[in-house]
Unconditional design. Structure first.
Length: 285
């Protein structure tokens, strides 16, 4: 996100967490005078039960058709309601916005296409995430190349980016994540660059990461370097624990590759942590 984001895409759903996600996205759009796109997957979670494929009698098939029509009607009504709430929210805040429903066909491809021309994507975690049934957060960030903000559904903060923590390891991926998050970092009240096991990181050099603090300062972001030993814990566990201990409201991480992203965000060691993730996370692919 070089400069303030000018197009933000939020994936919506009919849940209370979906409403909170929309409100956070609208607040960002208002802050940066950005255009907000609300994407809603119309038929998410409505696959027919496998047993219905075996209906052969005229009565059985009629029942399947009637069930499909009820599902379609319910989904269309929910989509109308989600769209109306989203548009009313944006009108109230004076945010330029548009609502884009994704229908049944090629939902994964449609989600990616709706993301490509954005500066920031926003989804929930875990379910409901707002994404299509067959799409994961790691897939959309890697397929689109757009920074992804993952907001925990249980998170109740009203503003993201006041107290920011960066998972810093002097890698190109972390550097890219910092660059993408610069508008947030400049506006933050507190920024901490967290280095886990600094003595073992060859890229940090003799000053153990102080260059990132000076780099951020030149952009107008006041940052503090924090060094922590892992002591047998995974890097993801250390980062999330430090974010919680420092009352962070945003964690910034880079993703080296699909495998690396899965390890940091959705790996077996961290899946339980993320299910109870205390803060939103900004990921750059």
């Amino acid at each position: 996100m070089p400069g303030d984001p000018k197009t933000i895409t939020v994936f919506l759903d009919a849940s209370p967490s979906g409403d909170r996600r929309a409100a956070l996205a609208a607040a960002f759009a208002r802050r940066w005078n950005a255009h907000l796109v609300g994407v809603h997957v119309v038929y998410k979670g409505t696959a027919l039960h496998p047993s219905m494929a075996y209906a052969r009698s005229e009565k059985g098939m009629a029942g399947v058709v009637a069930h499909e029509r009820r599902l379609d009607d319910a989904c269309e009504c929910a989509t109308t309601e989600v769209g109306e709430r989203f548009e009313a929210l944006c009108a109230r805040l004076g945010v330029a916005a548009e609502f884009r429903p994704i229908k049944r066909d090629r939902t994964t491809e449609a989600a990616i296409v709706n993301s490509l021309h954005s500066d920031l994507l926003i989804v929930g975690h875990p379910e409901p995430s707002g994404l299509p049934d067959e799409m994961t957060a790691e897939r959309i960030v890697l397929a689109s190349g757009v920074p992804l903000l993952i907001v925990p559904n249980e998170w109740r903060g009203e503003r993201i980016g006041q107290r920011v923590m960066i998972g810093w390891n002097a890698s190109p991926e972390a550097r890219r994540a910092v660059a993408n998050a610069m508008p947030l970092l400049v506006e933050a009240g507190s920024v901490k660059a967290l280095v886990v096991d600094p003595a073992g990181c060859k890229r940090l050099g003799g000053d153990m990461g102080c260059d990132i603090v000076r780099h951020l300062a030149r952009h107008g972001a006041s940052a503090e370097l924090v060094e922590v030993a892992s002591r047998g814990r995974s890097i993801a566990e250390v980062i999330l624990a430090e974010a919680k201990a420092n009352d962070a409201d945003l964690l910034i991480c880079g993703a080296r590759s699909p495998a690396h992203l899965v390890e940091i965000v959705f790996g077996n060691a961290t899946r339980k942590l993320l299910a109870k993730m205390p803060v939103p996370v900004l990921i750059s692919g």
